[in-house]
Design a protein around this ligand. Sequence first.
Ligand SMILES: NC(=O)c1ccc[n+]([C@@H]2O[C@H](COP(=O)([O-])OP(=O)(O)OC[C@H]3O[C@@H](n4cnc5c(N)ncnc54)[C@H](O)[C@@H]3O)[C@@H](O)[C@H]2O)c1
Length: 306
Amino acid sequence: MKILVTGGAGFIGSHVCDILLEQNHQITVVDNLSHGHKNLLNPAVNFIQADLLDQSKIEDTLHGHDAVIHMASFIEVGESVKKAVEFSENNIVGTVKLLEAMRKAAVKKIIFSSSACVYGRPKKLPITEEDILGEQENPYGLTKVSMEQFCILYNKLYNFDVSILRYFNPYGPNELHTPETHAIPNFIKAVLEKKSIPLYWKGNQIRDFIYIDDLAFAHTLPLSQSGLHIYNVGTQTGTEVIDVVKKIFEIVGYEVPIEDKGERKGDVPSLVASSEKIKQQFGWQAKVDLDEGLRKTIEFFKSLKS
Ligand SMILES: NC(=O)c1ccc[n+]([C@@H]2O[C@H](COP(=O)([O-])OP(=O)(O)OC[C@H]3O[C@@H](n4cnc5c(N)ncnc54)[C@H](O)[C@@H]3O)[C@@H](O)[C@H]2O)c1
């Protein structure tokens, strides 16, 4: 297939492109490089530096494609609180412009990167796709809910094929966000630099950490599907954040001090996916366990230093 990937120069997008190329798809990446890294891009992709808000350029680029994987977004939760307008414009208006460009270019299949954050504070675990969406505690989460809803609307209005993937906590090589607020890359960088690890809630929060190769592979599954579908993508295993820290210490063979940062407003105590739906429909399940995933991620961050 000929697939256009938005945000393909980012952490997750770079891995999705690699796996699509392995499967012999033809890939165009659209990324404005506001947060992406050109060097993460596989040289076999056709790279177009463009902003989603430039609707006519996106429409021109889209002609002849069969599907879109839409990953471009501003993602930093804390920043979204300070920049609600910028986040709304980039994420929500950017998505509406993309959908309009797709409609005009007659490209009617989209796979959208959503997040477990749409569930808000879950009432039960594991979370299933049928659970109601929760109240949001920051503009980022609200943009994800809105982006999902616009994709769903284009299914209803224009018969788009829409697959929404709600990621739980992805981690792995190429995670180079600035600022970085995600636990695993920050823990690994602190340990490799022999600095203290900042830890909220004494590390008692539970998260469903999914290795990037497993997550990237999940994007290839709905490409052949029509209609509207929503899937959680997680491992179905909850891990306490403190246990991630202990595992990193075990792998590197030494410890660094832990800095107790107390409580943090807006954090949800536990997030664990039910991934039964994607498993039943496609036979997908996470293959890389936390130990192997952390080892590969540590190797990546070590390689940046050498
Ligand atoms: N990383 C996570 O933990 C996580 C969890 C759940 C969902 N997601 C979603 O997955 C997607 C990818 O996340 P990521 O971690 O790879 O982020 P990332 O910041 O590494 O990648 C996003 C990419 O989008 C590009 N971009 C942003 N706005 C753009 C615009 N207007 N036009 C063109 N390009 C634009 C950026 O330059 C960047 O390369 C996002 O939609 C994010 O909301 C991520």
